[in-house]
Design a protein around this ligand. Structure first.
Ligand SMILES: *Cc1c(COP(=O)(O)O)cnc(C)c1O
Length: 236
C-alpha cells in the first residue's frame, strides 16, 4: 500500500477510498458508512481544512473542547454536525445539548433521565447511541454488556431520546485484527437488543484510525477517525 498523504484533504480522500474498498469487498454499500472526524486535541485550523475539503461530520470527546470549537466552525460551515463521543458527566448534560447534535456515549440510566428532562423542556427529540464497555475495562466508560438490556429499556422509555444504536472502543492493540471479536460481540449484542425490544438499532459506531477497515467488514456504520486524518494530536 502507498504511504498515506500529508495533507488533510488528501488524507480524507485516501480514507474514503479505503472505506469504500473494504465495504465493496464485504458486499456493503459504501454510502452506508459515515466517516466521523474525531477532533480531540486537534487545532481548529486542521479541523477547518477537513471542513473545507467537504467533511461535515465531527466528533469531540469533551464538552469544554466542543464549546471552544463548535460555535466558530458552525458559523463557517453551517451544515456541520457534531457528536459527543467522550464520557459525559451528568452535570454537563445541559451544556452538551447546547453544542452537540447527538451523544454516542450514553452509558447509564441517570444520564438518560437527565437528558430526557432537559429535552422535554424544549420538546426536542435527540439521537443517542449507547456506549458499551465490552471488556469491563476500569479506565473506560460504557455500560457493561450484561447491563445493556436494562439501560436500553430505560432509554426506550424516554420519549425524547431517539436510541439509534451502539458504540464501543475495544481494548487497544497495535494489531487491528484483535478488535474483530469485540466488533462482532457488539453487533451480536445489537441484534439481541433489536429482537428483545422489537426496535431498530441501525447504527454501529465502531472503528478508529488503526482498525476501521476491520470495523467496516464487521458492520460498522460509522468509523471515528482522528490521527489518520489529522495527524498526531497536540493536546491530550
Ligand atoms: C480519540 C478517539 C477516536 C479517534 O482515535 P484515533 O485513533 O485518533 O483515530 C475515536 N473514538 C473515540 C471515542 C476517541 O476518543
Amino acid at each position: 500500500m502507498n504511504d498515506p498523504p500529508e495533507d488533510v484533504a488528501e488524507r480524507l480522500e485516501f480514507l474514503r477510498e479505503r472505506i469504500a474498498r473494504v465495504a465493496e469487498r464485504a458486499g456493503r454499500d459504501p454510502e452506508s458508512i459515515s466517516l466521523l472526524a474525531a477532533t480531540k486535541g486537534q487545532p481548529i485550523d486542521r479541523v477547518r481544512q477537513a471542513a473545507r475539503a467537504g467533511q461535515r461530520l465531527f466528533g469531540e470527546n469533551r464538552v469544554a473542547e466542543g464549546a471552544a470549537k463548535i460555535p466558530i466552525l458552525s458559523a463557517e460551515f453551517p451544515g456541520a454536525t457534531w457528536r459527543l463521543i467522550g464520557p459525559l458527566q451528568t452535570n454537563k448534560a445541559r451544556s452538551a445539548l447546547q453544542y452537540f447534535h447527538s451523544v454516542e456515549s450514553l452509558d447509564r440510566e441517570r444520564l438518560a433521565l437527565r437528558l430526557e428532562n432537559l429535552l422535554a423542556e424544549s420538546q426536542r427529540k435527540f439521537p443517542v447511541l449507547l456506549e458499551v464497555n465490552l471488556e469491563a475495562e476500569a479506565t473506560k466508560s460504557g455500560v457493561l454488556p450484561e447491563s445493556a438490556e436494562n439501560l436500553a429499556a430505560a432509554c426506550f422509555a424516554q420519549p425524547h431520546l431517539d436510541v439509534r444504536g451502539l458504540m464501543a472502543v475495544p481494548p487497544f492493540s497495535e494489531e487491528p485484527e484483535s478488535s474483530r471479536p469485540y466488533f462482532r460481540r457488539l453487533r451480536e449484542l445489537r441484534d439481541r437488543l433489536q429482537e428483545r425490544f422489537g426496535r431498530e438499532l441501525p447504527e454501529l459506531s465502531i472503528g478508529m484510525s488503526h482498525d476501521f477497515e476491520v470495523a467496516v467488514a464487521e458492520g460498522s456504520t460509522e468509523v471515528r477517525i482522528g490521527t489518520a486524518l489529522f495527524g498526531p494530536r497536540e493536546q491530550a
